[in-house]
Ligand binder design. Structure first.
Ligand code: NDP
Length: 399
């Protein structure tokens, strides 16, 4: 059916590529392109024998001309950006220049400002529409599936949605004193930022991790959850019409938070460059270099993740509550694709988004977040591609 250029060869890309190869009728040919060619080749070698034809390329995606050149030579139907958020705009520029559809899993964040917002990518709307190409933003789990869960609830179960609580729990244990489950730089920048939630048309800001609750999650049990800002809140506050309150919560163990506090207190999470023995270094990037590579956590991580949306609103004039969630087992993911559940829960939706675009089911010229498309084919594909979801109409509420 089509050709995909996949940029990035990290944890998420590796899962997405495995999943593309499980759907060779849709992904007939892929090119894995990343900064470090050996990582692309390693993934290709693991998948030798797959019906999907795989080639690799060395690429610096910060360089738009280089991306354009690769698109022109490989001629993909879609570019899947599974590198880092810093490359979103250079890759979108290359897609515009060549007339190719675009997909990513995280919104643009300038490397020197720890503030992720959709404004930079939404500014491409008109240009993508005029070029007749689609950009699908945030097709991971959160953002991604969480937005699709909300769109599905809106379509099938509610006349009005008033409150959404997104709860992201990871009860996995990798046995290290401290490690992050995905790119440490992105992860720590996200967690050390102020919390923010949407209420009655306004954003309320809170100090980092200052709001805490306990929640009993299906198949995981009671966990401390902390309010954080997360990028899907921005688009959902606009796209779920009439929503009054949206919050995002994530689990952290006391051990994780203690380590993080110490690292913060000694300045290791800073993104301000410092001079070290005559060389400019960014402490957070140095920290990333000494922490375990998230890709190495796969074989060690045991336990499950549970990510879902608890939604309140009305149907036919009566109050209704709804909880839709996915539970994913780290070791089952590892057995299937050689990665832990965090990469798995992001890589699978990236493949599904690309599959729906290649099939022409999710295609409309412009720049869109996932909740702006029909959620049904995506929800169906989640059940078939390794992320089955469950629902309940009487969940425990957070307040
Ligand atoms: P990794 O750090 O494991 O992988 C990133 C990959 O991108 C690496 O292969 C890296 O190359 C490559 N890369 C970085 N810079 C460039 C560049 N300039 N040109 C080409 N390639 C580059 O990250 P993850 O796989 O964990 O995360 C990938 C993306 O997924 C991130 O944007 C992250 O924010 C997002 N994500 C989204 C989630 C969601 O639910 N929506 C959840 C988790 C992650 P090299 O190996 O040389 O460093």
């Amino acid at each position: 059916m089509g050709k995909a250029l996949i940029i990035g060869a990290g944890g998420v890309a590796s899962v997405a590529i495995h999943k593309c190869c499980q759907n060779p009728d849709v992904f007939e040919e892929i090119c894995i392109a990343s900064r470090t060619l050996e990582k692309c080749d390693a993934i290709k070698n693991k998948l030798a024998g797959s019906r999907t034809k795989i080639q690799t390329a060395q690429l610096d995606a910060d360089n738009t001309d280089m991306v354009i050149e690769l698109i022109k030579s490989f001629k993909p139907d879609i570019v899947m950006n599974l590198a880092l958020p810093y490359q979103d705009l250079t890759i979108m520029d290359a897609c515009l220049a060549t007339g190719v559809d675009y997909l990513d899993t995280a919104n643009y964040e300038p490397p020197d400002v720890p503030k992720f917002e959709y404004k930079w990518q939404w500014a491409y709307r008109e240009r993508f529409a005029q070029a007749g190409i689609t950009a699908l933003l945030g097709s991971g789990f959160d953002p991604g599936v969480t937005g699709i869960f909300c769109a599905y609830a809106q379509k099938h179960y509610f006349d009005e949605i008033h409150t959404i609580d997104i709860v992201d729990a990871n009860a996995g244990d990798h046995g290290y004193p401290f490690a992050t489950n995905f790119n440490p730089e992105i992860n720590i920048r996200e967690i050390t930022a102020n919390g923010r939630y949407f209420e009655n048309g306004a954003w309320v800001e809170t100090p980092p991790l200052s709001m805490k609750k306990e929640y009993d999650l299906p198949e995981i049990g009671p966990k401390n959850i902390y309010l954080m800002y997360h990028e899907e809140l921005e688009s959902l506050a606009i796209n779920i019409k009439g929503v009054e309150k949206i919050r995002f919560w994530m689990t952290f163990s006391d051990n994780y938070l203690n380590h993080l506090r110490v690292l913060e207190n000694v300045g290791m999470t800073s993104i301000e460059p410092i001079n070290f023995e005559g060389q400019q270094i960014i402490p957070l990037q140095f920290l990333k270099a000494v922490l375990p590579d998230p890709a190495s956590l796969g074989p060690r991580t045991k336990g499950k993740t549970n990510i879902g949306c608890i939604i309140q609103g009305t149907k036919d004039g009566k109050p209704r509550t709804y909880y839709v969630y996915n539970v994913c087992d780290h070791q089952e993911c590892y057995a299937e694709v050689g990665s832990q559940a965090i990469s798995y829960t992001t890589g699978v939706p990236a493949m599904i988004g690309a599959m729906l675009m290649l099939k022409g089911l999710w295609k409309k010229p412009g720049v869109y977040n996932v909740e702006e498309f029909d959620p049904d084919p995506f929800m169906d594909a989640l059940n078939k591609c390794g992320l089955p979801w469950q629902e309940s109409f009487s969940p425990t509420l957070l307040d």
